[in-house]
Ligand binder design. Structure first.
Ligand code: DMJ
Length: 673
């Protein structure tokens, strides 16, 4: 009652808007009678006074408005339904992975590059990539943000279920497998990488553009499941015998240390994330949180620790959103900085991360060209994330300096650079293999990472590819395979490292980003050669180095192998390039080639008690001579690229959003400035 007393004292409250129909009903002028009966009577009188035509018009208008109302309420309903469905999906996803749903990545704007060359580069014409059916055309550079977790994590959820089924099958079959042994090592003859077909779907067809637009999670296929199984097998060995150490020695059931920083574990983190191995990821995360300590009196190689540790931590941070990995990345990044304190600012090869001192190798003051020019993606990203320019400044300076150096041969660089003078040394030897390889890879990748504005990088890349075409390409006999040889003081050598097989993938990535279409043609030719480096060998696995025959000789294949070169270290480069080729062409043959290689890894390098091993002799299937070492890049790169190659989901590390560092750790492409 007290509530109404104030209202009764003042004028009546009106929570409505009045519509004036005629003078007698004018509100506030005459009296206002709002009773329902009065209103009904008054309306009826009015209606009766209208002509037939007026009434018809009004009735028609009412009918029209009613129809409009029905239509709009249906579409609003649909929109609403989709919103509520989406939020339900989000909730489901969160429930599925409660421990992995962590803070969103801290995304800072890219620091302004004061010295970036924004000018034109008239000699380079960017072409529109050819229209390929399999590619979703995204903007060249996309907003940096956490990957779309809803879709991806739904896929992860499916992955986990499928993996669990696979493990059940695997357990049941284990007892029936026969085993062959050679030189003390025991290897399963033909691994059960193909689970029974009734449990596994056929591999998906490359998704069409329409299907991609629907953004349905793409189910994983049997080849991907086989990769997951292989990863778990490798991980089992690492976990049982080498946990927290750098590399597994699977035959002696022990480990080796390089830096003593759990290299394999860190290298494998983002692979586990991508493969959907939640439990393994969580275990490894715990180790990183509790046991990974960089405050150690230990010398590390700047390049190797940057690409594997810094790169691995940064990409895991981006994929998981877990700030633990960014904190660790900052820590190692800071500890590596003393390497740049040299007279020339070309970094030393080694840093003591505990003492904060750096030095070149004992026998020289040179650094390797590939090493000092393949740390940029990681340090630049660290600057972007922390807002601290010092990381980017240090590595950009190296690139600018190398850009101006003499001693190149049509864009091809020598293999060494002096940390005092800043000049190239050992002039006259040019290779796309060891010691130079990733220089070329990072020219293109930095250009893409930075939003395709740093023209010097593009210029150096384009020149170098012209240099490759001019000086290093030859064709072998009898199959006329195009290969990349080496040039030493004007003499061509038909030698090609397996490492060079990164090149088809890089060329294809450039073509996808608008560079010359003939780069794609060259990529297609070269990946065929890299595949033949496997297919022409007895085990179906490539040696470390091949020599191509330039002249046809009876009974000789294109590929010759010297005894010192016939080892295989489980390297990723060919699989990496197959992945790019498949993504950009949709041609299934690349998946099939990768599948052959995968099966041969299983045949000849798998150790039954856990892990995979490098081998000494790819030419002897009955005794490949296991080396007793599983390199960290087998988990960081080889198996990751296998999994991505067999996937038909272009959004599983979308190549318009991510750029892989040279150790297969995906980093985001920056927002265009
Ligand atoms: C990896 O560490 C990197 O891919 C590097 O660029 C070359 N060597 C190994 C893999 O072969």
């Amino acid at each position: 009652a007290a509530m109404y007393s104030g209202a009764a004292a003042g004028p009546p409250r009106r929570d409505f808007i009045s519509v004036t129909l005629g003078p007698e009903e004018a509100v506030g002028v005459g009296g206002y009678n709002n009773s329902k009966a009065w209103r009904r009577r008054s309306c009826w009188r009015k209606w009766k006074q209208l002509s037939r035509l007026q009434r018809s018009v009004i009735l028609f208008l009412f009918a029209f408005l009613a129809v409009c109302g029905v239509i709009s309420s249906t579409s609003v309903g649909e929109a609403w339904k989709s919103i509520t469905d989406k939020s339900l999906d989000d909730q489901r996803t969160e429930q599925a992975i409660p421990r992995l749903k962590l803070a969103n990545p801290v995304v800072l704007p890219a620091p302004q590059k004061a010295d970036a060359n924004h000018g034109d580069y008239p000699e380079l014409s960017l072409q529109k990539p050819p229209k390929l059916p399999h590619i979703r055309r995204g903007p060249s550079n996309l907003q940096i943000k956490a990957p779309q977790r809803d879709t991806r994590l739904k896929t992860r959820h499916d992955t986990m279920r499928a993996v669990e089924e696979l493990v059940e099958v695997d357990k049941a079959e284990k007892t029936e497998k026969s085993i062959i042994s050679w030189r003390g090592a025991v290897i399963e003859p033909d691994q059960s990488t193909e689970p029974p077909s009734n449990r596994i779907m056929e591999p998906e067809k490359p998704s069409s553009v329409e299907a991609e637009d629907q953004k349905e999670p793409v189910p994983i296929n049997k080849r991907q499941l086989a990769v997951i199984e292989a990863f778990r097998h490798a991980w089992k060995g690492y976990k049982d015998f080498a946990w927290g150490h750098d590399e597994l020695k699977p035959l002696s059931k022990s480990y080796s240390e390089w830096f003593g920083l759990g290299l394999t574990l860190i290298d494998a983190l983002d692979t586990m994330w991508i493969l959907g191995l939640k439990e393994e990821f969580e275990e490894a995360r715990k180790w990183v949180a509790n046991d990974l300590v960089f405050d150690k009196n230990v010398d590390v190689n700047l390049f190797e620790s940057t690409i594997r540790i810094l790169g691995g931590l940064l990409s895991t941070y981006h994929l998981s959103g877990d700030s633990l990995f960014l904190e660790k990345a900052k820590d190692i990044g800071n500890r590596l900085m003393p390497a740049f304190k040299t007279p020339s600012k070309i970094p030393y090869s080694d840093v003591n991360i505990g003492r904060g001192t750096a030095h070149p190798p004992r026998w020289t003051s040179d650094s390797t060209v590939a090493e000092v020019t393949s740390i940029q993606l990681e340090f630049r990203e660290l600057s972007r994330l922390t807002g601290d320019e010092k990381f980017q400044k240090a590595v950009d300076e190296v690139m600018k300096h190398v850009h101006t150096l003499s001693g190149k041969n049509d864009g091809l660089v020598p293999m060494f650079i002096n940390t005092n003078s800043g000049q190239f040394t050992h002039l006259g030897v040019y290779t796309l293999g060891a010691r130079a390889d990733s220089y070329y890879e990072y020219l293109l990748k930095q250009w893409i990472q930075g939003g395709k504005k740093e023209n010097e990088l593009l210029e150096d890349y384009m020149r170098a590819i012209e240099g490759v075409k001019k000086h290093l390409l030859q064709r072998s006999e009898p199959k006329k395979l195009t290969f990349v040889g080496e040039l030493a003081h004007g003499h061509f050598s038909a030698k090609m490292d397996h490492l060079v097989c990164f090149l088809p993938g890089t060329l294809a990535l450039g073509a996808h980003n608008g560079l010359a279409a003939d780069h794609m043609k060259l990529a297609e030719t070269l990946i065929e050669t890299c595949y033949q480096m496997y297919a022409q060998v007895e085990t179906g696995l490539s040696p470390e180095i091949v020599h191509f025959n330039l002249h046809a000789q009876k009974g000789h294949k294109d590929v010759e192998i010297k005894p010192a070169d016939r080892h295989n270290l489980l390297r990723p480069e060919t699989v990496e390039s197959l992945f790019y080729m498949y993504r950009f062409t949709g041609d299934k043959k690349y998946q099939d080639w990768g599948w052959e290689i995968f099966q041969n890894f299983n045949r000849y390098t798998r150790v039954p008690t856990g892990g995979y091993t490098s081998i000494n002799n790819v030419q002897n299937p009955s005794n490949p001579e296991p080396r007793d070492k599983m390199e960290s890049f087998f988990l960081g790169e080889t198996l990751k690229y296998m999994f991505l190659l067999f996937s038909d989901d272009v959004d599983l590390i979308n190549l318009d959003k991510y750029i892989f560092n040279t150790e297969a750790h995906p980093l985001p492409i920056w927002v265009p400035a």
